[in-house]
Design a protein around this ligand. Structure first.
Ligand code: 5GP
Ligand code: ZN
Length: 118
């Protein structure tokens, strides 16, 4: 069971109660640098509305997720990795290693990315 929105880490970041290195924001989304980067570019892109993850999407979260897919290419370009290549992924649940239960997408690039599973 995940934390309620009042206690959720990424809701707190979205409300600016916890600092983060924000690189993009609009009405529905926030993008910020991952605190433990796994690549030279490692951003987290979240809907501002709380939902646990891909298995728990409200229509509002799904709309925000669609927008994340659009915005990710622009963020990749802004961070100089559009041409070299990048990866967008969301971990869902225990086997995937999800550790924060607020829907988020990792945008990774700036090096050859290992761990390709499919
Ligand atoms: P997950 O493991 O759920 O797919 O991804 C959670 C990500 O959140 C991890 O990559 C982790 O480094 C990042 N993270 C955890 N706590 C914080 C924090 O307080 N600030 C930021 N910017 N990233 C965080
Ligand atoms: Zn949340």
């Amino acid at each position: 069971m995940s934390a309620p929105a009042s206690e959720c880490l990424f809701c707190k970041i979205a409300r600016k109660e916890i600092p983060a290195a924000v690189v993009y924001e609009d009405d529905t989304l926030l993008a910020f640098k991952d605190i433990f980067p796994q690549a030279p570019v490692h951003l987290l892109i979240i809907p501002k509305v709380h939902c646990e993850g891909l298995a728990d999407m409200t229509p509002e979260a799904a709309a925000a997720a669609g927008r994340i897919l659009q915005v990710s290419a622009r963020l990749a370009a802004d961070h100089g990795i559009q041409d070299s290549g990048w990866r967008l992924l969301s971990n869902c649940g225990a086997d995937a290693g999800q550790s924060v239960f607020h829907l988020h997408f990792h945008l990774l690039g700036g090096k050859t990315l290992g761990g390709k599973l499919c």
